[in-house]
Design a binder for this molecule. Structure first.
Ligand SMILES: NC(=O)c1ccc[n+]([C@@H]2O[C@H](COP(=O)([O-])OP(=O)(O)OC[C@H]3O[C@@H](n4cnc5c(N)ncnc54)[C@H](OP(=O)(O)O)[C@@H]3O)[C@@H](O)[C@H]2O)c1
Length: 335
């Protein structure tokens, strides 16, 4: 019986993925990448970035360094990340500054230590780019906090970060130039119809795709909830989510297609530079200044799945995330 249920869930998720995949590839092939033409020097403004060591995040980092930003990149392999990133900072020159700090999003303790270090630094925070992610983690594994891996890295680690760093973002934003929280989600959130609140860690039946879909949906639900909260409190902070496009990166490491057809996909799919355009649009573009609660695709506002607009699901996911991340335990996380 359990095996039948598992097979049914895996089939459902594969079908949903294929059905979403077709319109995505159509959009990807039909519309050219919208490039940011309006980015100006950031004069030392500070950004915290997760997942800046490779793929799409790395390309965003390169541009941000050229735009004279002070970047703090969180990485689960800081030595390797430093080796990649420090030469880029040297090359960019100018006023830019780069620091790589240890951050393992699978561990809430590591997330808290990273945020506390940032709070203690006294630095302002103008942009929080939550970009790190894993996809289709093959087996059901719980982190030391009891979180399913994809939910831990893609959503809950970033959720705690946003709580702890929110007061600093609020202090750093101004009415003319708001501080920005950007959550890199995925169009894959369209492949599920909502959160599995009865079994959020998918312990009864695990599906690598299903876990990814709902972790990306959770990001959007909480983005919208936080955006409304910040707006109601008249804080100078915006919060948006985005889909970067279908981009050729190591994110697809766990897929058979990537292993078998890598050279073809490299030609067919967009490059990490292309993917970075929507991140940069959300984080820095004057065109997106003041936009909040929105979901972006190809450097423009784009609709997200209907369930992400459901206020009850937003509230439920927010409260559940708070409870799981024990956010009440932190003085800094007042939201
Ligand atoms: N590529 C696509 O087609 C696509 C499509 C839709 C959405 N996205 C989203 O875009 C984002 C970036 O993906 P990508 O394609 O650039 O993937 P990628 O090349 O695999 O990069 C993933 C990044 O996540 C970081 N990361 C992974 N596990 C971590 C952990 N436990 N703690 C801290 N950082 C961790 C990695 O940094 P370290 O190794 O330095 O820790 C790495 O920089 C993801 O959120 C992904 O879901 C991508």
């Amino acid at each position: 019986m359990a095996m039948l249920r598992s097979a049914a869930v895996l089939t459902r998720d594969n079908v949903a993925f294929l059905m979403e995949g077709v319109p995505i590839m159509y959009r990807e092939l039909l519309f050219p990448v919208k490039k940011n033409a309006d980015l100006v020097s950031q004069d030392g403004r500070v950004a915290v970035i997760t997942g800046g060591s490779r793929g799409i995040g790395l390309e965003a980092v390169k541009t941000m360094l050229k735009l004279n930003m002070h970047l703090i990149v969180g990485s689960s392999n800081p030595d390797k990340a430093s080796k990649t990133l420090q030469p880029l900072a040297t090359e960019a020159g100018g006023q830019c500054k780069l620091e790589v700090w240890p951050l393992d999003l699978t561990k809430q303790e590591s997330v808290r230590a990273f945020c506390q270090r940032f709070i203690d630094s006294g630095l302002p925070l103008h942009v929080l780019l939550c970009n790190a992610g894993i996809m289709f983690y093959p087996k059901h594994e719980l982190t030391e906090d009891g979180f399913e891996m994809q939910m831990a890295v893609n959503h809950l680690g970033h959720f705690t970060m946003q709580h702890m760093l929110y007061p600093r973002l609020r202090e750093s934003g101004t009415p003319e130039r708001k501080a920005r929280i950007v959550n890199v989600s995925s169009t894959a959130h369209n492949c599920c119809s909502g959160m599995n609140f009865d079994d959020i860690m998918l312990s009864k039946v695990y599906s690598p795709k299903g876990a990814y879909f709902q972790s990306k949906g959770a990001q959007i639900l909480c983005t919208k909830y936080l955006a409304n909260k910040a707006k109601d409190s008249e804080d100078n902070v915006t919060c948006c989510s985005l889909h970067p496009g279908v981009i050729y990166t190591d994110l697809y490491d766990y897929t058979t297609l990537y292993k078998m057809a890598s050279p073809v996909l490299k030609k067919l799919w967009k490059s990490p530079q292309d993917g970075a355009e929507t991140l940069l649009y959300a984080c820095l573009s004057p065109e997106s200044e003041g936009v909040t609660g929105a979901h972006f695709e190809n450097a423009a506002v784009y609709r997200s799945a209907r369930y992400t607009e459901d206020k009850q699901q937003q509230e439920k996911m927010w409260q559940l995330s708070r409870q799981l991340c024990k956010v009440d335990a932190f003085k800094e996380g007042e939201l």
